[in-house]
Design a protein around this ligand. Sequence first.
Ligand code: SAM
Length: 233
Amino acid sequence: MLDRDRREGDDVASMTSQMWNERYAASQAVWSITPNVWVEQVAADLPAGTALDLAAGEGRNALWLAERGWRATAVDFSAVALDRARTWAAQRLGPGADRLATVVADLLEYTPDAQFDLVLVVYLQLPADQRGTILRTAARAVAPGGHLLVVAHDSDNLAHGYGGPQDPAVLYTAEDVTADVAGLGLDVVRAEAVRRPVDTPAGPRHAIDVLAVFSRAVKAAAGRGRRTAAWGE
Ligand SMILES: C[S@@+](CC[C@H](N)C(=O)[O-])C[C@H]1O[C@@H](n2cnc3c(N)ncnc32)[C@H](O)[C@@H]1O
């Protein structure tokens, strides 16, 4: 199967919701319908809970989580993409389709109304200031005991990897992600560049992705300090 995480020559930095809608409407499936390999790898070790998928597109990752018992909320500013996600949810989840909720919103202005056990941002390629705003929103949405997973086309992909956006302004590194979310109470689990095998018409290649995972510590049990004081009386 050909890699469809890649985009070549797109000026994704300036794509509006209307342009994304047109892009989604022009095709039955713009991205792969299977989950991203890093999402699969990281989430496989986590117990099902609540998930927030920011820039979810057609919802392949949120849907995969919902199929595994998660309650997933997919957010994107393309209504066309999220309509497709709901159609696929009805087909794949049947009566469990309500495990996928969708929210049409511009992430630059979006504030989640809850915290989640897993927050995903997968291949959101925007200039640094916009990326930082959205990744900080993502970080704040991680519940105690929860995780943030960021997957992206790495800056190094331009010179040494296959596919992906060709505008260096929308590429970034694991260090960029770590700096974006610094000071928001998350611990780094892993933050690195990883090689993703890609089947191409010219044979096997690899893409270089950012894979960054963060966790938020569980808060100390409420009331513990008061109990200790009582015992000391
Ligand atoms: C490359 S797609 C990735 C889709 C999905 N995460 C995946 O891996 O299949 C990027 C998505 O970001 C969305 N997007 C870009 N800028 C956005 C913004 N400011 N607010 C909400 N969604 C945005 C686009 O509509 C598009 O669906």
